[in-house]
Design a binder for this molecule. Structure first.
Ligand code: ASP
Length: 433
């Protein structure tokens, strides 16, 4: 079986077995020895350990990968003259797709009205975590210590540092050439590590999902069904309709190919709920299966994982309208515009880890003059939605990266159109069993 199919199968099995365990455990007394055995040995034992190790190994590769591929990308651009244009196009598309995503969330939720008819329960409390002010977000892009940036995993700082190193290498003549070839060798090795890890993915994905679904309370989803289905419907619509339309409008590529090649990446995003942890797989897929050259992918994918979160933006649009509806507040055009602006900026400031979109939502609510306590309404169902929106987030990164490469005339269309590209890892259909 191909690795893609194995990962997808692991995902389905994880969801099914996890939900089965949840159903079984809610039916018996928690003090029952069987329940305790399942909890101690499997849910909090085996699956917990395997899942944690899997996420740790993914995260392990993020900093070396971003650093090395960005430096290689810069050096392969030669004198780095195109970097400005590539960066400009990438950032523009990221902001544009995010603004489209928030608007979709706002319009969709206004039309469907998931919060109409619901009312606030008096015992609701939520103390918002303070989101950092915008000025700090901007200042924090610039590193004062490259090692501290890498240790803390500050992706934007690592990106800035790598860009600087890459740029300097292209200007440094002979010594630059030597170091560049060292980084190219390093890249092969880091990519190999990603490939090895991807081989283990079915086990990691399975363990994460069994544990998650065995411990997730589904009652909250039924209570908030209107919100849950409005949001998940819009997320799926964005990934399966809006992205293909954008790709069609800007390139001559077949969008179905992109979607089908993203399937294993979705499994990673869904099970980790973190664009950051998924980054090694997104980058590998974009380079080796979609045919985007390092010079574009090395920059746009890590940047996108950090600042481009269309799924999160849709969530913030829907959540804002939902909370306004529950509190019986009408949102005027000025407020809606404010939401589009702040949610787009918040998506830049949202860290690529689970659940942060909910924290930056309080910023959006505050700016729109809505009660921040409203976050308490949706917190119960956020985990599953986080998984879905993370899959949308990484799809946006891959799509924009592909469009930029295409417009730069640098996309390798033979790889893009080849269903068996990157045979050695993600696809093994072509090989005899
Ligand atoms: N979990 C999301 C991501 O990593 C961020 C969020 O919306 O909470 O992409």
């Amino acid at each position: 079986m191909s690795l893609t199919n194995r990962i997808l199968l692991a995902m389905a099995a994880g969801v099914a077995i996890g939900s089965g365990m949840e159903w079984f455990l809610t039916g018996i007394d928690p003090a029952d020895p069987t329940a305790q055995f399942i909890n101690d040995w499997f849910i909090n034992g085996l699956f917990h350990v395997v899942g944690r190790i899997f996420i740790a190994s993914l995260k392990l590769l993020v900093v070396p990968l971003v650093l090395v591929s960005l430096i290689c990308g810069m050096t392969s651009l030669g004198s780095g003259n195109r970097m400005g244009a590539i960066a400009g196009r990438t950032v523009f598309l990221y902001l544009l797709t995010t603004a489209i995503a928030v608007s979709l969330g706002l319009i969709g939720a206004s039309v469907i009205g998931p919060g109409n008819g619901l009312s606030v329960t008096p015992d609701m409390t939520y103390s918002p975590k303070i989101a950092p002010p915008l000025t700090d977000v901007i200042v924090n892009i610039f590193p004062s210590n490259p090692f501290s940036a890498m240790v803390k995993g500050e992706m934007l700082q690592v990106i800035v540092f790598a860009l600087l190193v890459g740029f300097a290498i292209t200007r440094a003549g002979e010594p630059g050439q030597r170091i560049a070839s060292w980084f190219r060798d390093m890249e092969v090795i880091v990519m190999k590590m990603v490939g090895l890890l991807i081989e283990l993915a079915p086990w990691g994905v399975f363990a994460l999902l069994v544990r998650l679904f065995a411990t997730m309370g589904f009652e909250t989803i039924f209570n908030l069904a209107a919100y849950f289905f409005t949001l998940s419907g819009l997320l799926i619509f964005h990934a399966l309709v809006v992205y293909p339309l954008i790709l069609k409008a800007t390139t001559r590529l077949n969008p179905l190919i992109l979607l089908s090649k993203m399937r294993p990446v979705w499994a990673f995003a869904f099970s980790t709920a973190s664009s950051g942890a998924t980054l090694p797989v997104t980058l590998r897929t974009v380079e080796k299966r979609l045919g985007v050259p390092k010079s574009v992918a090395g920059f746009s994918v890590p940047l996108g994982a950090t600042i481009n979160m269309d799924g999160t933006a849709i969530m913030q649009g829907v959540a804002t309208v939902f909370i306004a509806q529950v509190y019986g507040i009408d949102l005027g055009p000025a407020q809606l515009l404010m939401v589009i602006l702040t949610a787009s900026l918040a998506s830049i400031g949202t860290a690529a880890v689970p659940g942060v979109g909910l924290i930056t939502l309080s910023l959006v609510l505050q700016q729109a003059g809505l009660p921040v306590e409203g976050v308490a309404l949706i917190i119960g169902v956020d985990r599953l939605l986080d998984m879905i929106r993370t899959a949308v987030n990484v799809t946006g990164d891959a799509m924009v990266s592909t469009v930029v490469a295409y417009r730069e005339g640098q996309l390798d269309e033979a790889i893009y159109n080849d269903p068996n590209a990157d045979n050695d890892t993600l696809e093994t259909e072509a090989k005899p069993a």
